[in-house]
Write a protein that binds this ligand. Structure first.
Ligand code: C5P
Length: 229
């Protein structure tokens, strides 16, 4: 049984404003990327990790990941958007690990994802699901508004979920979804849905928050100060 994780980490981190790719930003001495890759390997369920790096920083990212087993962690040049970065990492994976049973796609920005949650996604795919996403209930009240900003409806939030990563797939399902995909998507499972596939859910975790802004980084630093992740 072989599990491969693709880690899109080629974003420029413009919204974070750190002046460097977000994946290389450090929290308490370790970069988001090292934490994300470390969490995948610590789950004990992931055998290979393929990281998509900013194309002009492949060597920087390789050095950054030097603490990990070089046979398990590979770096490829990413693309212009997340979808392209995943597509490039998937192509390398299919050549290097053609017998993979599960492919995970995990944002480097979700650097504090609990390893047990990663295991739960793998188990759900091995249990027969073709696509699996970790989700959380929506805490805020959700309104629908028109172009002028006036409220047109209050949406029932009980069936709504916010989506995290890693998302897990049977390799053929992810390949078919990417082959059918036209435009960029923020969500790999969304491509499976568009292609007519079924997507199952497992419980997500608050620590798997996506670090996007300086505020998110400050939240992660505060959480780390009270509970080492
Ligand atoms: O920008 P956003 O936070 O939505 O990006 C989600 C993930 O996709 C990040 O880990 C980012 O590094 C990655 N990404 C990528 N290639 C791009 C843009 C974003 O791998 N061209």
């Amino acid at each position: 049984m072989t599990v491969v994780a693709l880690v899109p980490a080629a974003g420029r981190g413009v919204r974070l404003g750190a002046g460097m790719p977000k994946a290389l930003v450090q929290v308490a001495g370790r970069s988001l990327l090292v934490r994300a890759v470390g969490g995948l390997l610590d789950s004990g369920r992931v055998h290979h990790v393929v990281v998509a790096a900013p194309p002009d920083q492949v060597d920087v990212v390789e050095r950054e990941l030097g603490e990990f087993d070089a046979a398990a962690v590979h770096v490829v040049a990413g693309g212009a958007d997340r979808t392209e970065s995943v597509r490039l990492a998937l192509a390398v994976t299919e050549r290097a690990v053609p017998d993979a049973d599960v492919v995970l796609v995990h944002d480097a920005a979700r650097a504090f994802t609990p390893p047990a949650m990663i295991g739960a996604v793998v188990d759900a795919v091995l249990g027969g699901a073709s696509a699996v996403i970790p989700v959380l209930p929506v805490a805020d009240t959700i309104k629908q508004v028109d172009e002028a900003g006036a409220v047109t409806a209050t949406v029932d939030r009980s069936p709504l979920r916010s989506v995290q990563t890693p998302q897990g797939f049977r390799p053929g399902v992810l390949r078919a979804a990417y082959d059918a995909a036209g435009d960029a998507a923020t969500d790999d499972a969304g491509l499976v849905e568009r292609a007519g596939g079924e997507v199952r859910t497992v419980p997500g975790h608050p620590n798997a928050l996506k670090i996007t802004t300086a505020f998110d980084l400050a939240v992660a630093e505060s959480v780390l100060a009270v509970e080492p992740i």
